[in-house]
Design a binder for this molecule. Structure first.
Ligand SMILES: N[C@@H](CCC(=O)N[C@@H](CS)C(=O)NCC(=O)O)C(=O)O
Length: 215
């Protein structure tokens, strides 16, 4: 059955791979599953046809036959459940990998996204600069804990899993801030994720859509 995901018609990041379709593309590439992409505009995302699949009017979505999913955590989990390349089959290792998926999205992504909110949604407020150190401190605190747990390991729990895929995807959003470089083991961890052939294919595919046109 054909898998169709949605992505921005033109991503605001101009092809840096930060839009969340990249993590779904990455999971599909790791699993070796072919997929098609339906591009949607910001207006189209808020129209009934897209809202029927994604109640919050966002990307990405995932459709396969009668199944329609939204939320990258659920989509990556759905892909990973059927592919040992992304989730170990041994029950305890599998449960730990799933724990890292939740950790990426519920414990690490919120402070990371707060930086984006502070810069882009609140940057013009009179109190924005005052709040910024707090935002950075919360990110540093979380990264420090994550770096402690990762130690010198290659991945978070044994072999690469969907937990690493989501964690690397979340951490990539910090690259432009420079804060990742304060944690060399995490920077190296992210670089290992980016070096995976499946990530490279996912990145290239989104770039082909989003790269600024050259004259
Ligand atoms: N928690 C959701 C977040 C989805 C999300 O924020 N998507 C962004 C693109 S990366 C979007 O569609 N933004 C446009 C909008 O919210 O109008 C997920 O992980 O799938």
């Amino acid at each position: 059955m054909t898998i169709t995901i949605t992505a921005f018609e033109r991503s605001p990041d101009g092809g840096k791979g930060l839009a969340r379709d990249t993590r779904v593309r990455w999971a599909l590439e790791e699993a070796g599953l072919p997929y098609e992409v339906r591009l949607v505009s910001f207006t189209g995302m808020k129209e009934p046809a897209h809202l029927a699949v994604h109640p919050f009017g966002q990307i990405p979505t995932y459709e396969e036959g009668d199944l329609a999913l939204f939320e990258t955590g659920a989509i990556v989990f759905h892909i990973a459940e059927r592919h040992p390349a992304l989730l170990p089959t041994e029950p305890d290792a599998r449960a730990r990998a799933i724990t890292w998926m939740f950790a990426a999205l519920s414990s690490v992504e919120p402070p990371v996204l707060d930086l984006q909110t502070a810069k882009f949604a609140e940057g013009d407020k009179s109190w924005a600069q005052e709040r910024m150190p707090l935002v950075f401190d919360r990110i540093r605190a979380r990264l420090s804990q994550l770096a402690d747990r990762l130690g010198d390991a290659e991945w978070l729990d044994g072999k690469f899993s969907a937990g690493d895929l989501l964690m690397v995807s979340v951490l990539l959003r910090l690259r432009m801030s420079g804060i990742l470089d304060e944690f060399p083991t995490l920077a190296a961890y992210v670089a290992r994720g980016e070096a995976r052939p499946a990530y490279q294919r996912a990145f290239a595919a989104q770039l082909a859509v989003n790269a600024p046109a050259t004259s």
